[in-house]
Design a protein around this ligand. Sequence first.
Ligand SMILES: [Zn+2]
Length: 83
Amino acid sequence: MPIVRFETADTETHTAVGEGLTRLVRDADRLVVDSSVGKYAVEHGDGCGECGEHVAPGDAFYLDGDTGEVLCERHGRERRGET
Ligand SMILES: [Zn+2]
């Protein structure tokens, strides 16, 4: 499964996602329906799975569809093999 990049976090804990991403987010066990930020949202309040850094509103972050981990910008890029 892919590692998806989210351009802009809505809040420190949740970011709205389009319907096309709900399956991936659900498989990662991070889907919230009827959230405060939109009909579907990804829950990311635990922060980066590598370094624990919290996602701040406005930040980009990643979701690893294999492990279900949220990743910060730096570690998401690393895991994708980008530097
Ligand atoms: Zn990190």
